[in-house]
Design a protein around this ligand. Sequence first.
Ligand code: SAM
Length: 271
Amino acid sequence: MSPNKALWEKGDFTEIAALMRQSGEALVGSLGIATPLRVLDLGCGDGTTAVPLARLGAEVVGIDIARNLVEAGNKRAAQAGLDRLTFQEGDACDLQGVDDHSFDLTLSVFGAMFAPKPFEVAKEMVRVTKPGGRIVMGNWIPNDPTSFVSQLLKISSSFMPPPPEGFVSPMTWGVEAHIIERFGQAGVARENISMVKDSFLFIAPDNSPAEVVESFRRFYGPTMNAFEAAQKVGKAEELHHRLLELANAQNQSADGSTSIPATFLRVTVRL
Ligand SMILES: C[S@@+](CC[C@H](N)C(=O)[O-])C[C@H]1O[C@@H](n2cnc3c(N)ncnc32)[C@H](O)[C@@H]1O
């Protein structure tokens, strides 16, 4: 199994996605969805954006590399009675079986950014989107102190051994020059790419920041791997302390619960 797939099948991302539902719905609401519309949600997880898209009447295909998340997504779709929403396994680097120009909108919220071959990903997103359609990505921003997940990943990776040679950091999807270069190689002109900072909220009304950090430790693949590596060198407590410090510093709730805003780069590509 590829390390990319293994990482996201590790743990249970649905536990983290539960903190993201409100912003997922708000983001979808801001897309100006007018049906009929065929949407690809790439790196969809268990449907944080795919479910609200389908509720608005779009026909939605969610593609994700993690089998457990595809299963969880299909379960949510069935429970919600959304028969125009399907989840399937696939790799954003190579969307086998997906026809050219088959979607009006390709959406990827903190999803495709984690695929290991960014130039292939840009090429595939352009290939499967109809001319006249659009691609919208949400990407965490490196070295932005207000981009909570990018900070969490930076701290986590500082406890990990160095990545293999040739590894491209997912965070490069939060850098304008890389985005322009990647879509440029896929044939998109600069003037058809727009980028704006936006914000996502991680909300846990019944949980403290310490409990949220515990969820990342138990369920979020990248943080789980960091704890495993830290444990081996006796640094698990230090990692825990650093993550707790981050979550407490960014939490905006004053009643003991958690509400952490996280800045991201919203990329819109018009084809
Ligand atoms: C941070 S989660 C975001 C999930 C979802 N978009 C959301 O907002 O809840 C990243 C997702 O990208 C998926 N992913 C990572 N690499 C992928 C790849 N190469 N192809 C497709 N999906 C991928 C993971 O399995 C995971 O579901």
